[in-house]
Design a protein around this ligand. Structure first.
Ligand code: SF4
Length: 222
């Protein structure tokens, strides 16, 4: 088992349920979803000419499309090594659910870590059952993929980016018939726009949903 890795870095989880928790982020390369506002476009393609040695993606953080193939054993050994204090692994992308994440999450959880996946919901989620799954459903994007019902059902947290009312309506349509007991639903204003903030606050209060704020953007950290 191998994973294409764009970068590995340690920081603070900036949004959603685990806001403020120190975490190691594992950003996988590859995403066919095509969101217009994507801020990690460098992860979309997995091109042979961009492949580098594994060590070169540690702490990369430079927004380059370079990626490295990490064998499972090597990746687990690195993540559980002495250089990281955090015990919370965030597997993000790109779209991490393009890949089978069971071997990695099983190993990390067995090593005493908590795992979280951040996904668009456009792929089936393959992960250890104890993994916290955050679905930010991406509807009507250029890639033409549909949000998978199975991903919404697996989600522990459904965190929806919102700029205008139509995004709330999209979420309502997606969640129709999905059992929400035990799940957190959160609205996240896109780009900290004033109108989006106001809309999200109002709807969260009306529905008793959570507000997710991208605190890392205010702090200006990755
Ligand atoms: S799913 Fe994520 S990585 Fe993929 S295009 Fe959308 S925002 Fe970007």
């Amino acid at each position: 088992m191998q994973y294409p890795v764009n970068e590995i870095f340690e920081t603070i989880q900036g949004e959603g349920h685990f806001t403020g928790v120190p975490a190691v982020f594992l950003r996988l390369q590859g995403c066919p979803v095509g969101c217009a506002w994507c801020d990690t476009r460098h992860t979309w393609e997995v091109l042979a000419e961009d492949q580098v040695e594994p060590g070169l993606v540690i702490g990369a953080g430079d927004g380059e499309p370079r990626w490295a193939q990490w064998p499972l054993e090597q990746l687990v050994a690195h993540l559980t090594g002495p250089q990281y204090r955090a015990r919370h692994l965030v597997i993000t992308g790109g779209e991490p659910c393009m890949y089978d994440l069971r071997p990695l999450t099983e190993r990390m959880i067995a090593a005493g870590w908590r795992c979280q996946i951040e996904t668009s919901g456009c792929f089936e989620v393959k992960t250890d059952p104890q993994t916290w799954v955050t679905v930010s459903p991406k509807v009507g994007m250029k890639g033409g993929l549909e949000v998978q019902r199975s991903a919404l059902e697996r989600a522990n947290e459904i965190k929806h980016p919102v700029a205008m009312q139509k995004h709330v309506d999209e979420l309502d349509a997606l969640l129709a018939g999905v059992a929400l007991e035990g799940k957190e639903v959160a609205l996240q204003p896109i780009s900290q726009q004033h109108r989006a903030n106001e809309l999200c606050v109002r709807v969260c209060i009306e529905r008793n949903w959570r507000l997710s704020v991208q605190t890392h953007k205010y702090l200006n950290i990755d």
